[in-house]
Design a protein. Structure first.
Length: 162
């Protein structure tokens, strides 16, 4: 194990929604007329849920042509395209290093990745009894896989699908 684990799950931080809003507001002008929505997804979008302190953002676009336009627009504000990273209809971006830690994706409206993000977020927001259970699972998995983000994510996905 390294001195600084790669997977750290922290208690919910009530500042996360404002952090998302500041990141959204930074990219929104460049995406005007391209994006249908800019969604706060992932565990930081659910009040009370323990999470890795990294904001997840889905920029929703209607089609591939708009995804290309969004990629060009995001480059102008310092983001670097990383491709789909093996997930169809979802395009990842590396954020400018001076910004708070976050993951930004351009996703096609209705794609599986977006549907999964929104379903999980909306389910947890409307089922507070599941928030603590899921948080406990995430903390346990972070302890089990402190240096392996991929193993942590795979195990977390298996729990969600199980």
């Amino acid at each position: 194990m390294s001195a600084h684990p790669a997977v750290v799950v922290t208690p919910y931080n009530p500042e996360w929604p404002a952090l998302f809003a500041s990141l959204r507001d930074r990219v929104a002008p460049a995406l005007r007329g391209i994006a249908m929505a800019i969604e706060h997804v992932g565990s930081t979008s659910v009040a009370g849920l323990a999470a890795k302190p990294v904001i997840d953002i889905d920029v929703v676009v209607p089609d591939l042509a708009c995804a290309i336009r969004a990629s060009e627009a995001l480059r102008t504000v310092g983001y670097t395209p990383l491709g789909d990273l093996g997930i169809p209809e979802r395009f990842a971006f590396s954020a400018p290093t001076e910004l708070p830690r976050h993951n930004l994706y351009v996703v096609l409206a209705g794609c599986l990745s977006l549907r999964n993000h929104l379903r999980l977020r909306d389910h947890l927001r409307s089922h507070p009894e599941d928030v603590e259970k899921y948080g406990a699972v995430k903390r346990e998995l972070a302890e089990r896989h402190p240096d392996d983000v991929s193993a942590y994510c795979t195990a977390k996905t298996a729990v969600l699908l199980g």
